[in-house]
Design a protein around this ligand. Structure first.
Ligand code: ADE
Length: 270
């Protein structure tokens, strides 16, 4: 996979050299290129922003450097042998929420281009133009969550990490992807390791029992309880039939009647 990032703070993306993503770059699983939007300004002050049309607070990123940068990124990817059309991702609090399902969808792409906005965002015509230019397969605004960051760079770090760890060969043990939070629509069960007793706290006895069926049931029950408590919306969104009788029994012990599960009503909602 090829990843291009356009930003006014290339240094912000330095962590993409570290840890699993860094190793994936070195192994060739992902090829990351970061470029500076200001390279495509034409004035002495290298201006990238201006006041919002219609008035109001903050600044908006001007379209000209963005148009030139995106054209250049696509051209240089092509020169380097990238085939097909890249998908343009624009981090924004007004975007589609990043989910594990979206990360999986992005991991199937060959080429992603990220446009990092700052201030009040990028002039909307840049996205409209990118969508109609024929340079991109799709243009997708993406949000990390319902809060406002100072710019798209932190979101790019999160999205790239969520996607790259799903690429073939990147994680040592692919089973960890299957069992983790969100892959089955539930939060993951709690995890423990050695020592068996730490500051007087025991690792739950079931996990030490060696009985794999009991351990699997215990983990499933803890995942259900935790999801009910912290993310009742996820429980309510499970497809019909996702919970069997043993699951419903575990939830009912934890105070979750089938009706309450269906409604996804957490403590705070009742
Ligand atoms: N830029 C600013 N806030 C953001 C958010 N919540 N998600 C993605 N990009 C952003």
């Amino acid at each position: 996979m090829r990843v291009d990032v356009v930003t006014i703070f290339p240094d912000y993306l330095a962590p993409l050299d570290l840890s699993i993503v860094g190793r994936a770059r070195r192994s060739g699983a992902v090829d990351v290129h970061v470029s500076d939007l200001r390279e495509h300004t034409t004035d002495r002050h290298r201006t990238v922003d201006d006041t919002p049309a219609g008035g109001g607070a903050g600044m908006v990123m001007r379209p000209e450097p963005w148009g030139a940068s995106l054209d250049a990124v696509v051209a240089s990817g092509r020169d380097a042998g990238a085939e097909g059309l890249p998908r343009l991702l624009v981090p924004s609090p007004a975007g589609l929420p990043l989910t594990q399902a979206m990360a999986g969808e992005l991991a199937a792409e060959d080429w992603l281009v990220f446009a990092c906005g700052r201030y009040e965002g990028i002039d909307e015509r840049v996205l409209d133009e990118a969508g109609e230019s024929g340079l991109f397969s799709a243009v997708t605004p993406v949000s990390l969550g319902d809060y406002v960051l100072c710019g798209g760079e932190v979101a790019v770090l999160a999205i790239v990490e969520a996607v790259v760890r799903l690429l073939p060969g990147v994680l040592g043990n692919p089973a960890s992807i299957v069992e983790e939070s969100h892959s089955a629509g539930l939060l993951e069960h709690p995890a423990y390791t050695r020592p068996a007793t730490w500051r007087g706290r025991q690792v739950p006895a079931t996990l030490m029992s060696g009985d794999h069926a009991r351990i699997a049931r215990w983990r499933r029950d803890r995942a259900l309880e935790r999801t009910a408590q912290r993310r009742p919306d996820l429980l309510a969104a499970l497809p019909p039939g996702a919970l069997d009788d043993a699951d419903l029994a575990a939830l009912s012990v934890a105070g979750w009647s089938p009706d309450r599960v269906r409604e996804g009503a957490g403590e705070q909602d009742l």
